[in-house]
Design a protein around this ligand. Structure first.
Ligand code: PLP
Length: 382
């Protein structure tokens, strides 16, 4: 339905009117319906290809019989587990339906008409979305240049420059999605020292678990030093529980108190909470996940290099690879082969596809497809 024919557009809040819906990765069932292909592989939403921890699944199953009851909205057991993990008090924790909801809560608490949030170009799309939804403005800082050693990554200096008296929130993704780029400890620490105390800094660490081999700090270490810092984490990515919708924020207790005032009373299910507690304790599964990703991301990148496709450095479980101006054609050809990846033109990266690191055989299929397409002269090697 176009805006003109939408009877209710005039009634919607101005911030909502300007929103464009978030475009998720194509679901497998949709591709099957639309293209009639089977044996589909989805490398489009940075999910864990190994699946959830079996222990998390078991814990969830045990809780299923009690779904006639409302969950413990306060998430006592999960908060206790997280408090122990991060060495903070449980009053510092806000549980969300994915960390996405925590980002939304931050916007609802701290932003509104006349106010601004700062984020980087090529950053996770949700920051601008939650900002605009509450009528605030997203000030987008230019990112690093393509020839920087962290191409298209956050330029913290440029972000600082955009902070003014209307700024209430700064969103930083580390590592960032969809670029995969990351920020080192000293740069980030210097940044936190420079941001005024009345401006909340959200450090989104959705891919933290994957970033073991690089200088990508655990921002929770700065919690006590910077009361304006909110660190978000999720069970959707390395922990393999995307479908359960559970994530959290760590912050000063006063900030957590505000976030918890606006959240819906039963925003996370007890099934998801139980799965999260078990997932947190299953270190084997996380280690296997990270080890597989380490091997396979290297193999993917080598494969891209062999095909003379350039790609961005990534500390996550995905790679942004440049296939040139015929990106739509390449994407379409991949879909016809039953391979779902993510075009990221909407993130200011035309010509790039973001591919999630899959299982070895899935990555083989992707590389084979890229190889065939290159031979067909589909991709631009210029
Ligand atoms: C996936 C992702 C999230 C949030 O995912 P949830 O499923 O809502 O926890 C947050 N930030 C980034 C950068 C992501 O890629």
């Amino acid at each position: 339905m176009t805006d003109q024919s939408n009877l209710f557009m005039d009634l919607a809040m101005p911030g909502v009117r300007g929103l464009r819906p978030y475009q998720p990765g194509k679901p497998m069932a949709e591709l099957e319906r639309e293209y009639g292909v089977s044996d589909i592989i989805k490398l489009a939403s940075n999910e864990n290809p190994l699946g959830p921890s079996p222990k998390a699944l078991l814990a969830a199953q045990v809780r299923l019989a009690a779904v006639n009851r409302y969950p413990d909205g306060n998430g006592y057991s999960l908060k206790e587990a997280l408090a122990g993990r991060h060495n903070v008090d449980s009053v510092c924790i806000t549980l969300g339906s994915g960390s996405n909801e925590v980002l939304d809560l931050v916007a609802r608490v701290f932003l509104g008409p006349g106010l601004e949030a700062v984020c980087s170009a090529h950053a996770f799309a949700i920051y601008a979305l939650v900002t605009q939804a509450v009528g605030a403005r997203a000030a987008v800082a230019p990112a690093n240049s393509p020839d920087h050693d962290m191409p298209y990554g956050h330029d913290l200096q440029a972000m600082l420059t955009l902070i003014n008296e209307r700024t209430r929130v700064v969103f930083v993704a580390n590592p960032n999605n969809p670029t995969g780029t990351w920020l080192g400890e000293s740069a980030l620490e210097a940044f936190l020292e420079k941001v005024p105390e009345r401006v909340v800094v959200v450090l989104d660490e959705a891919y933290f678990e994957y970033a073991r081999d690089v200088d990508c700090p655990d921002a929770t270490r700065w919690m006590a030093r910077f009361p304006n810092l909110i660190v978000t984490r999720t069970f959707s990515k390395a922990y393999g529980l995307a479908g359960f919708r559970i994530g959290y924020g760590l912050s000063h207790p006063d900030v957590a108190d505000l976030l918890n005032r606006v959240r819906a009373p039963f925003n996370t299910s007890e099934v998801a909470q139980a799965a999260a507690v078990a997932a947190l304790q299953d270190e084997n599964h996380i280690n296997e996940t990270v080890a597989l990703n380490r091997t396979e991301i290297r193999r993917l990148c080598k494969g891209f290099a062999r095909l003379r496709l350039s790609y961005l450095p990534s500390a996550g479980n995905f790679v942004a690879v440049s296939v040139g101006p015929r990106v739509e054609e390449v994407n379409e050809a991949l879909l016809r082969r039953g391979i779902i990846v993510r075009p990221i033109a909407a993130y200011g990266l035309p010509g790039f596809l973001r591919v999630t690191v899959g299982l070895p055989r899935e990555n083989d299929r992707l590389l084979d497809a890229f190889g065939d397409l290159s031979m067909d002269g589909l991709t631009d090697r210029g």
